[in-house]
Design a protein around this ligand. Structure first.
Ligand code: GLA
Length: 734
């Protein structure tokens, strides 16, 4: 059993292969957090908790005259408002009398096989029976008649522990939830010196990794944009100040949610850490009516005692197998060409067929028709919501076009942006109230568009029906689901004034509901997520769409930084990455085909350019690289991922994938800054077998040497030069 309960000490012990998570119900019924870290068997770590009388830290009444017992200084498993703990609470509820005080005590628990379910929200699942166990700890507030269930899903083999929270209002009176975080993690051990990593950015520059020192007070990472956002990812890593890729402790906390979130770290008066994540509580509250329950989204935790590589690999493996769903989650996706950067809005069936003819001969397998195929959309000012093919651009309709592309040997995919509406659209003219808009105010436009009220079932039904009629009209095998703005006008004409504050979460539940309906109705369609590139690159979306357009920035040198940050939590297979034309449309930079290909290959590979304008030499290069990608696809997607340099600091970017059995690896290097008379590029390889010999570019070198002495490469002094090296165990092939 991965989950144990000790009847004598009331301790809960959650074990994964390499980690231990421990809690304890104390004499007063409060649930304390005891320890999370490297696996320790047969030991109760409650000796770590040493109550001390610290001034201005109050004592619960039950503690009598014991001034040492304070919830302000004890490590708490799920802290709440109003009990004399002045750190960040995870739960705040206003009762009928206006008080926000809560007093949660242990009521009972259940341990069962399998993984708990969260209705209507994305969450990890068991891919094989018996791989997960669940602990549900039930806490109760007697005065308010509230029950709070804390769920723990233990994926022992994967070193992953998930958490989720359910609140049930068992009273006959309504209460208002002001805040409900999904997890709070108190860490009291250690020397008090910690760093944390978060992933910030902007449109065209997502998930830039920043490592900062934890300081006293609260550091908050959040989104209020209605999407998880380009600006912050719902993912934090807390680590020792000495932790590196290969050594040291680190904790990951990733929220399975795609909307407004809050995550952060607090360091308190005793240097202890509280790490938390959940729904953003700004402009949020939820009316929990009598008898109702509410589920907070899931958080995925992992701990590594051996640095960031292992932490990332834990997430990669789990997300590929236990988060992504459907027939495409593990298989190679078709190599696609997307017409966006080739034509933008100016295309017709004829253009697409020409592109297709030119692409098919390169080894490309699918053509994706991007924005501009519907309504009368020739720029971004109109037609969103009118999901009817533009017969002037696509004469005869989608069926005819797709048949022609299929007969050329190409699959066909389509772009949609279902959550949006243009004011210049038949949909808006007919249903202006379907757009989010505040009464007596003009809406905030962004990219000329408004946002549909996804909390409304009638709106979702309309989108579902109109998308189904498009998807049924031709052999469509892929959908790119876009979302191109931050949300501003949080008002739904279907909600009462006291429930408007629920809208941001109801919006997300609506999006998930629609995605669930469509993806389950079309299991043979590959769905790719997108939000102006990677504005909604999060585990919530990966549950419905195993692939996400990583960024609108296709410049390979910038992509190195974006893909580096993305790799801390998300697997290569989830990263949609394309080779585009030069000069690059976002930065104006020119790079070689080889470099663009090497960078795009570390993802789900494709093209975003006009193949008709390529030289014979470039066409040959593409042919070669497509066949290399097909050859290496297994190791790229199934191999363990290792970051070998930091492209935000270093002169070159280096990363590799190695099979778990250490039989082979693929090394990738891109020189980011050219220098005169440069030093050799030197990399220490990882993930090889120290006892084996490997073939590396015609030489035989031991794994021990490659990992400890490294590989020195004398590369041509050429801007953005890149190199990919396949490394194979020599012994097996001798
Ligand atoms: C977003 C996407 C792009 C493209 C455009 C179309 O910006 O990220 O890839 O699809 O929309 O409008």
């Amino acid at each position: 059993m991965a989950i144990l309960f000790d009847e004598n000490t009331h301790g809960f012990f959650l074990h994964t292969v390499n980690t231990t998570y421990q809690m304890q119900v104390d004499t007063f019924g409060f649930l304390l957090h005891v320890f999370y870290g490297q696996r320790i068997d047969g030991q109760d770590m409650n000796y770590l908790i040493i109550p001390v009388d610290r001034g201005f830290s109050g004592n619960p009444y039950d503690a009598g005259t014991d001034r040492r017992y304070s919830l302000d200084t004890l490590p708490l498993e799920y802290p709440v408002e109003g009990v004399g703990d002045y750190r960040q609470p995870a739960l705040s509820i206003t009762g009928k009398n206006g008080s926000t005080s809560l007093d949660l005590r242990y009521k009972g628990h259940k341990i069962f096989h399998g993984k708990y379910n969260i209705p209507s929200l994305p969450a990890l699942y068991e891919s094989e029976e018996g791989m997960a166990e669940t602990l549900e700890i039930i806490l109760g507030d007697e005065t308010l008649s509230l029950e709070v269930s804390l769920f723990y899903g233990v994926f022992a083999e994967k070193d992953i522990i998930t958490r989720a929270v359910k609140v049930v209002n068992k009273s006959s009176e309504d209460v208002v939830m002001n805040r409900i975080f999904s997890a709070s993690l108190d860490i009291q051990h250690g020397d008090g010196f910690w760093d944390f990593l978060h992933f910030h950015g902007r449109h065209n520059m997502e998930r830039i990794c920043e490592r900062v020192r934890v300081c006293h007070g609260i550091t908050l990472i959040n989104s209020r944009r209605g999407i998880s956002s380009h600006h912050h990812n719902p993912f934090l890593i807390l680590c020792d100040e000495t932790t590196t890729e290969d050594a040291g402790s680190c904790y990951g906390m990733n929220l399975v949610y795609s909307g407004n979130f809050s995550a952060g770290i607090e360091q308190d008066q005793t240097d202890a850490i509280r790490m938390f994540a959940g729904l953003n509580d700004e402009n949020f509250s939820w009316n929990l009516t009598a008898g109702e329950s509410f589920f907070a989204p899931e958080v995925v935790l992992t701990f590594s005692a051996s640095g960031f590589s292992r932490l990332s690999q834990n997430y990669h493996d789990t997300y590929r197998h236990n988060l992504c769903r459907g027939k495409f989650k593990l298989c190679r996706r078709p190599i696609m060409i997307n017409n966006w950067e080739a034509t933008y809005f100016a295309f017709s069936s004829r253009t697409l067929v020409e592109i297709a003819r030119s692409a098919v001969d390169l080894g490309i397998e699918m053509l994706v028709m991007d924005d501009g195929w519907f309504g009368k959309r020739n720029d971004d000012t109109s037609s969103l919501g009118d999901w009817k093919v533009n017969l002037e651009k696509i004469p005869g309709g989608l069926g005819l076009l797709v048949d022609e592309l299929n007969s050329l040997g190409l699959k066909f995919g389509l772009w949609v942006e279902p959550e949006m509406v243009s004011e210049d659209s038949d949909l808006y003219r007919k249903h202006p109230d379907w757009a989010l808009c505040i009464p007596n105010r003009n809406p905030i436009r962004s990219r000329h568009q408004l946002v549909l009220d996804m909390s409304r079932a009638d709106v979702r039904d309309y989108i579902y029906t109109s998308l189904c009629s498009v998807l049924d009209s031709a052999n469509i095998e892929y959908v790119k689901w876009d979302m191109n703005r931050s949300i501003a006008d949080w008002f739904s004409c279907k909600l009462l004034s006291e429930t408007q504050s629920e809208l941001s979460h109801r919006y997300m539940l609506g999006v998930y509901d629609l995605l669930e309906r469509l993806t389950s109705h079309y299991p043979d369609i590959l769905f790719e997520g997108c939000a102006g590139g990677g504005g909604r690159f999060d585990p919530g979306m990966l549950y419905y769409q195993p692939l996400i357009w990583c960024s609108d920035n296709t410049d390979p040198i910038e992509r190195l930084k974006i893909q580096y940050g993305t790799s801390f939590a998300y697997p290569v297979s989830s990263v949609s990455s394309h080779v585009s034309a030069v000069p690059n449309h976002q930065t104006g930079r020119c790079t070689s085909f080889a470099t663009r290909c090497i960078v795009a290959m570390s993802g789900s590979f494709g093209f975003e350019l006009d193949p008709r304008s390529l030289s014979a030499y470039d066409r040959e290069t593409i042919r070669k690289q497509i066949s290399e990608y097909k050859h290496f696809q297994h190791i790229i997607h199934d191999g363990l991922y290792y970051r070998l340099s930091n492209p935000l600091k270093d002169r070159y970017a280096a990363w590799m994938m190695a099979y778990a059995d250490k039989s082979a690896a693929l090394l990738n290097i891109v020189v980011m800054h050219v220098e005169a008379n440069p030093r050799h590029v030197h990399v220490l390889l990882k993930g090889l077998d120290g006892e084996s010999l490997y073939k590396v570019e015609g030489k035989t070198i031991s794994g021990k040497a490659l990992m400890n002495a490294g590989l020195s490469l004398s590369l041509p002094t050429q801007e953005y030069y890149s190199k990919q090296i396949y490394i194979e165990r020599a012994d097996e092939n001798a």
